[in-house]
Write a protein that binds this ligand. Structure first.
Ligand code: CNA
Length: 392
C-alpha cells in the first residue's frame, strides 16, 4: 500500500483489461462493460482554472500576503493552537477562498456528468472550495477528505454555527464566536488543520476504491497522506486514469494505467469526446455559469502584475489592521509571541513524521525544523520556502 513501483510499465506491455493504453480504450471499456462504479480522486489542480490561487506563485499574491500577515511561520495559518491565539490570518484567507466566489470548472462538471449518467460511485476530494457541489455533484457522493467550508463549529464546545451567519461574518472579515453565550469559543470551518484527524467519512469510505471498476485521478500531486494512498487500493486489473500536468503517485506503473499528462479541463474534454458526451459536458458546465464571474487563470508575472499584486497585498494587510477588530490585548500577545521568534517549541508537534498513511493529515516533510514546515498540506505550492523573518 502506497509503495507501488513507480517505474512506468513499458509502453509495449499489453494491458489486461483495456484494449489499449489510451483514453479511447477507457471510453470503450466504460460503454461495453457498462461501468457504473467509477471512483474519482481530485485535488487543487481541478480548481486552478477557476482562478483559485495556489498561494505560492508570485502572480497570485497570496504567498506575499501570508508573509505580510506576520505569521511566526507560514503554516501557522492552519495550526489549531495558533488559531486559538490569532484566528485573523485564517479568516483573511477564508474571506478570499470562501465558497460562492468562484465558478466550477469543466472538470467539476465532468464529475457531475458521470453522476448524472449513473456511473459515479464516489468522489474523494482534497479540495476545500466546495466547487464539486456547486457543479451539481450531490453531497452524499462526495468525501471531503480534508473537510470543507460547508459546515463549521465552535472549537471548544463543538456547537454548530449557522451557515448564513458564517457567510455574513466571513464576508465582513470578522471572527465568528460560538452562539452559546456561556461558551463564546472560536468558530472554525470543518477543514482539517495540521495534525487533526481526517473526517470520519474518509475512514468509512476509504475501502471503496477497491470496489471500483474505474478510477480517475485528477489535479493532485498525491503527496498528502493518507489521501495519497487511495489509488493503490484500486484493484490491479482495474483501469486507472490520471489527468494531471505531471505524472504522480506511481500512476503509470500498472498495465491498465492511462496517463493524460495535460490540463485537467482539456483532459476531461478529450475523455468526453471519446465517450461521445462532449455536448452534454458543455451543457452541464454552462449551467454553472449563472451569476458567476469567471476568474482568469493566473498569468505569468509581469511588472505591472507585480504592482497590482503589491496593491492587493497592501489592501489585504490594511484590512487586517482595520477591519478585523483585533483587541489591544490580543495584539500585544501576538506581537510578543512573534518577537520571541519562531522557537520550535511554539510549532505544532502533533504531526506524525512518517509519510506512510495514518489517520491524521501529514505532509511529505519528515522533520519539524523551521525550514521544513510549510503549508503544503493545504497549499503545497508553499513547499521549500523558508519562514519569513517577522517584521512588525
Ligand atoms: P497540489 O499538491 O497543489 O497538486 C496539484 C497538482 O495538480 C499538481 O501535480 C499540478 O501539476 C496539477 N495541476 C495544477 N493545475 C492543473 C491543471 N489545470 N491541469 C492539470 N493539472 C494541474 O494539490 P493537492 O490537491 O494534491 O494537495 C493537497 C492539498 C491542496 C489539499 O489539502 C487541498 O486542500 C489543498 N488546496 C486546495 C485548494 C482548493 O480547495 N481549491 C486550493 C489549493 C490547495
Amino acid at each position: 500500500m502506497g509503495n507501488e513501483n513507480s517505474t512506468p510499465v513499458d509502453e509495449a506491455t499489453p494491458p489486461t483489461t483495456l484494449y489499449g493504453r489510451n483514453i479511447e480504450a477507457v471510453a470503450q471499456y466504460i460503454k461495453e462493460k457498462d461501468v457504473k462504479k467509477i471512483v474519482v480522486m481530485t485535488g487543487a489542480g481541478i480548481s486552478t482554472s477557476a482562478g483559485i490561487p495556489d498561494f505560492r506563485s508570485p502572480d497570485t499574491g497570496l504567498y506575499a500576503n501570508l508573509a505580510r500577515l506576520n505569521l511566526p511561520y507560514a503554516e501557522a495559518v492552519f495550526d489549531i493552537s495558533y488559531f486559538r491565539k490569532n484566528p485573523l490570518p485564517f479568516y483573511t484567507l477564508a474571506h478570499e477562498l470562501y465558497p460562492g466566489k468562484y465558478r466550477p470548472t469543466v472538470s467539476h462538471s465532468f464529475i457531475s456528468l458521470l453522476n448524472k449518467k449513473g456511473r459515479l460511485l464516489k468522489l474523494f476530494t482534497q479540495n476545500i472550495d466546495c466547487l464539486e457541489q456547486e457543479a451539481g455533484v450531490p453531497g452524499d457522493k462526495i468525501v471531503y477528505a480534508h473537510g470543507s467550508f460547508a459546515t463549521q463549529r465552535c472549537i471548544d464546545c463543538q456547537t454548530e454555527y449557522p451557515d448564513d451567519r458564517m457567510k455574513d461574518t466571513v464576508q465582513k472579515m470578522e471572527v465568528p464566536r460560538c452562539i452559546r453565550k456561556t461558551c463564546n469559543g472560536l468558530v472554525k470551518p470543518d477543514i482539517v488543520f495540521f495534525g487533526e484527524a481526517l473526517p470520519e467519512a474518509f475512514h468509512r469510505n476509504r475501502s471503496l476504491p477497491a470496489k471500483a471498476d474505474l478510477a480517475i485521478i485528477m489535479g493532485t500531486s498525491l503527496t498528502v497522506q493518507p489521501f495519497a494512498s487511495l489509488p493503490s487500493f484500486v484493484r490491479e486489473e482495474t483501469p486507472r486514469v490520471l489527468i494531471n500536468f505531471e505524472r504522480v503517485g506511481g500512476l503509470g506503473s500498472r498495465p491498465d494505467d492511462v496517463l493524460l499528462l495535460q490540463d485537467c479541463d482539456e483532459g476531461v474534454r478529450k475523455f468526453a469526446d471519446a465517450l461521445g458526451w462532449r455536448e452534454e459536458l458543455e451543457q452541464e458546465w454552462a449551467r454553472t455559469n449563472a451569476g458567476k464571474v469567471e476568474k482568469k487563470r493566473p498569468e505569468a508575472p509581469t511588472n505591472s502584475r507585480q504592482e497590482e499584486l503589491d496593491q492587493e497585498v497592501e489592501k489585504l494587510t490594511k484590512d487586517i489592521d482595520t477591519s478585523l477588530k483585533l483587541s489591544g490585548e490580543t495584539s500585544d500577545r501576538i506581537r510578543a509571541e512573534i518577537e520571541k521568534g519562531t522557537s520550535p517549541s511554539s510549532r505544532p508537534t502533533s504531526i506524525p513524521s512518517s509519510t506512510e498513511p495514518s489517520d491524521v493529515l501529514t505532509t511529505p516533510q519528515t522533520t519539524t525544523s523551521a525550514s521544513s514546515f510549510t503549508l503544503n498540506h493545504v497549499y503545497p505550492h508553499l513547499k521549500e520556502d523558508k519562514p519569513e523573518k517577522p517584521s512588525l
